[in-house]
Design a protein around this ligand. Structure first.
Ligand code: NAG
Ligand code: NAG
Ligand code: NAG
Ligand code: NAG
Ligand code: NAG
Length: 316
């Protein structure tokens, strides 16, 4: 009210003959760090081609942004910075005449701006759902450059159920755990900025949870038992096959059979000492002596007798 009064005084001091009616419903709209001033035409303005001028002021003087425009809005996004406070004003103009300025409050862009919804993508695997959050694209900078604390509030629930679970964190990729397999879950995410500011909530996104791949202990035991049985059976089969093949070969190529006596002889042979000796000893060296054969000579009987007598002598 005070600013409006000041503006009225200022414009009356400029000494214009006929005052134009000022724009109505002047409002600042800020979304994702963009800033647009909007207004409605003055009352009773039908049929009059009003023009408007809009200006902004940082810490020094007002600067023109939209000069003599016929549109009912002015976008200041490219002229202002993310931080700092600004005041805006707009007036009606027609030829040389103009209205009083209508001024806004002093505002800080990061405080007044509305942050749009994040984009949420769901991906289910192994019985869990991964929530993939993408920040909204800002007209200026990005969330982490503007707000010192950026966190995410994830609400998820089984489709059609009222009970919602809540998860808070600073990660943009979050796994929802302990979910029921093959059940449709819905997720909605909101961004929490510097304790008190929240983004618009995301669209509700739903996804059917997958089966978990978790291996059950009884399954491991069964696999072990089955595989050992298979191994045993195949070992037996291989043994039988080998036996059969052997027998067939033996049948086709029979070994000559020896009579029982021979078998016994051969089986005993290694035990005979001669055989062993023959096996163990070297070939004996053969010695040759000259042998001469002479005619038979008569042995003197006296000698034979002597021998006999001596024996007799001993005996006597
Ligand atoms: C100002 O806005 C209100 C609602 O936002 C509306 O009812 C009214 O008609 C508007 N005034 C003008 C002059 O357009
Ligand atoms: C606007 O029109 C109304 C009647 O519709 C009239 O009483 C009023 O004086 C007009 N105001 C201006 C500023 O022309
Ligand atoms: C606005 O435009 C007019 C001409 O259309 C010009 O004379 C005036 O200096 C401009 N004002 C600013 C602040 O740029
Ligand atoms: C939300 O859903 C609407 C309609 O399906 C779509 O146009 C919009 O882009 C979605 N917004 C986000 C942030 O995903
Ligand atoms: C947080 O927002 C609420 C209203 O939404 C307000 O009453 C409160 O003062 C705010 N707190 C801080 C620390 O900004």
């Amino acid at each position: 009210m005070l600013t409006l009064l000041a503006a009225l005084l200022y414009s009356s001091a400029s000494g214009r003959a006929e005052q134009l009616p000022p724009p109505k419903n002047v409002t600042l709209k800020s979304y994702n760090m963009g800033l647009v001033l909007e207004w409605d035409p003055p009352q009773n303005s039908t049929g009059r081609n009003f023009k408007y001028s809009a200006e902004y002021k940082g810490w020094s003087n007002f600067e023109a942004e939209c000069n003599g425009t016929s549109s009912l809005s002015c976008d200041f996004t490219n002229s202002i910075t993310s931080f700092g406070t600004y005041t805006f004003r707009v007036r009606t103009e027609l030829e040389e005449r103009s209205s009083v300025w209508v001024m806004t409050e002093e505002v800080a862009l990061d405080k007044i701006t509305a942050i749009g919804p994040p984009y949420v993508r769901l991906l289910s695997r192994k019985g869990e759902i991964e929530v993939d959050i993408t920040d909204p694209v800002l007209r200026k900078s990005d969330l982490s450059n503007i707000y010192s604390k950026v966190s995410y509030v994830i609400h998820y629930w089984i489709e059609g159920k009222l009970k919602k679970e809540e998860l808070r964190g600073e990660q943009r990729k979050v796994m929802l755990q302990n979910l029921t397999p093959k059940v449709c879950y819905c997720v909605q995410v909101q961004i929490l900025l510097d304790d008190n500011k929240t983004s618009w909530p995301s669209n509700v996104t739903c996804e059917i949870n997958t089966n978990s791949d978790e291996i059950k202990p009884w399954l491991i035991a069964m696999v072990l038992v089955v595989s050992s049985i298979v191994t045993m059976v195949s070992a037996i089969l291989i043994f039988l096959v080998v036996m059969c093949v052997y027998k067939v070969i033996r049948y086709l190529h029979p070994q000559p059979t020896l009579p029982e006596d021979f078998k016994q002889y051969f089986s005993e042979m290694p035990q005979s000492s001669i055989f062993l000796a023959m096996q163990n000893s070297h070939q004996p060296e053969e010695l040759y002596y000259e042998v001469s054969i002479v005619a038979d000579q008569e042995v003197p009987t006296s000698q034979l007798d002597l021998q006999d007598t001596e024996c007799l002598k001993l005996n006597t």
